[in-house]
Write a protein that binds this ligand. Structure first.
Ligand SMILES: Cc1cc2nc3c(=O)[nH]c(=O)nc-3n(C[C@H](O)[C@H](O)[C@H](O)COP(=O)(O)OP(=O)(O)OC[C@H]3O[C@@H](n4cnc5c(N)ncnc54)[C@H](O)[C@@H]3O)c2cc1C
Length: 460
């Protein structure tokens, strides 16, 4: 029986394996349901175009993560790109972020936003909607934060908490607001995603391929965990295999992990799985036989008239992702997960694809005959909904799992909004803590055998 079992070989699971091996610890096994590791970090080639499961850009501001990227591959294999993103609103393109770039919009919108920013009230914050009003005023909330976020999440912004905003939503002040209202400036480097790294070749999967090359332990693919006996610490797989574990690191979506708890286990965790809300993203990719779609990396579409909330431009993110003289986009639209059956999702995908393609072509001044290739992808777990139930209960669920020797980590394991960098850092922290515990336990055993507590004292 391995000391540690890792479930899921997405970036978090693979980073756990990488960090364990880095510490010289090989007594673990890693299992993945799909036939290839990577989870959401997947790229594929189609008719000469390379597509990811929507844009996956590496925002790096942590040395450990940077060193990790350098260790798995020469950093020169990545481009460092300065973001050029925008918002489409009121038939105009304005620079992102909205809260400091009003120039170009209708005069009434600008006046309302500035007036309400100056007169914003120190209201009691319960929801994200309140938080936006408190920090940006009611007009900026009305024109951008509410419509964009409710479209992205497929959820009411009055029913979610602001606890995820942190580094993701840059604040503004009157000087910045006025400066940005007088002249548009697409060159401003503001916010956590103002620069990004992206692999020169192979899409974001380049990252996964290189971690896999580094790992010595085998990755057990085609191992779909279907049931977990928490009492006897056994995981059962769809292919008939099973494995006993001492410590389990799960990177599965938390709701799906809870679902797998065997009924007779002495816990009521299973029934909580339905309470955890997230959205699903439907991602369409289009390759074009034309070579000029502007210079933006992506554009946000907060208005209801568009199906998609964002369109990204593959060729600007990475020129190697399209054949010469070609361009490509990704579009993203969302729906609340669990609210639709598989058949309904299939119909929705087809309708959305058709309508979204029509809208995207119109916006880009292109025709059906410009489409060189297309595909549509369904990302079942995409953005976690920070509703009030989650806020109240999530920590308790994670703690209960820890008591059962399970660390549930990663974007969906911890049911949170987080990036690739955090996936790596979560894994690093978890494995380091785990190794400390294992060392502690083994020293207790040794000292018990020796009949003294010297070793324990040394560690403490
Ligand atoms: C739409 C979208 C856009 C994003 N864009 C960015 C971006 O631009 N920049 C950025 O830094 N981050 C981005 N992210 C976040 C990034 O994708 C995640 O942080 C990262 O992929 C999380 O990795 P993970 O390993 O925790 O999860 P996952 O990638 O979901 O990995 C979990 C793994 O578990 C496996 N698994 C599931 N069930 C089972 C089972 N029953 N048995 C065995 N294995 C199982 C899955 O197949 C998968 O391989 C984005 C996320 C989304 C949804």
């Amino acid at each position: 029986m391995p000391e540690v079992v890792i479930l899921g070989a997405g970036l978090t699971g693979l980073s756990c394996a990488y960090n364990l091996e880095k510490h010289g610890f090989f007594d673990f096994q890693i299992f993945e349901k799909d036939s290839y590791p990577g989870g959401l970090l997947r790229s594929f080639k189609q008719d000469g175009f390379t597509f990811d499961y929507t844009g996956h850009l590496l925002h790096v501001n942590n040395n450990d993560f940077y060193n990790f990227l350098k260790d798995i591959s020469d950093i020169n294999n990545f481009d460092l790109v300065t973001r050029n993103s925008a918002i489409f609103m009121d038939n105009k393109i304005v620079p992102y972020p909205f809260q400091m770039n009003l120039a170009g919009l209708d005069t009434n919108i600008i006046i309302n936003c500035i007036y309400d920013f100056i007169n914003k009230k120190n209201i009691k914050v319960k929801s994200f909607h309140d938080w936006a009003k408190k920090h940006f005023g009611k007009s900026i909330t009305k024109y951008f934060f509410d419509p964009y976020n409710s479209k992205l999440l497929s959820y009411d912004t009055k029913k979610i908490t602001p606890s995820w905003t942190g580094r993701f939503v840059p604040k503004t002040d009157l000087r910045k607001l006025l400066t940005g209202a007088l002249s548009p400036d697409f060159s401003k480097n503001i916010g956590y995603n103002s620069q990004f790294y992206y692999p020169k070749q192979g899409g974001i999967q380049f990252l996964i391929d290189n971690i896999c090359k580094k790992l010595k332990n085998k990755i057990y693919t085609n191992h779909n965990a279907i049931k977990i006996d928490f009492l006897n610490k056994i995981i059962y797989f769809e292919n008939g295999n099973f494995i006993k574990y001492k410590k389990l690191i799960s990177t599965l979506p938390l709701n799906s992990l809870l679902d797998k708890i065997e009924e007779r286990s002495d816990t009521n965790l299973k029934i909580l799985s339905k309470k955890l809300l997230c959205n699903s993203v439907i991602n369409f990719n289009l390759g074009f036989n034309t070579n000029n779609l502007g210079n933006k990396h992506w554009i946000y579409y907060p208005e209801k008239q568009f199906n998609f909330y964002r369109i990204g431009f593959w060729n600007n993110i990475n020129p190697n992702s399209t054949p010469e003289n070609h361009t490509a986009i990704y579009g993203e639209t969302s729906c609340l997960s669990g609210t639709k059956t598989d058949t309904q999702i299939k119909i929705l995908k087809e309708q959305l694809l058709e309508k979204s393609i029509e809208q995207a072509l119109k916006k880009l001044n292109l025709k059906q005959s410009n489409i060189a290739t297309k595909n549509i992808l369904h990302i079942k777990h995409a953005y976690v909904i920070y509703d009030f139930w989650r806020e109240k209960n999530l920590n308790q669920i994670l703690k209960s799992l820890e008591h059962l020797s399970i660390n549930s980590i990663g974007r969906f394991g911890e049911w949170k909004y987080s990036s690739m960098q955090e996936a790596y850092l979560d894994a690093k922290k978890t494995t380091e803590n785990l190794l400390k515990t294992l060392l502690f336990d083994s020293n207790i055993n040794i000292s018990k055998r020796r009949g003294n507590n010297e070793a324990v004292d040394r560690i403490l």
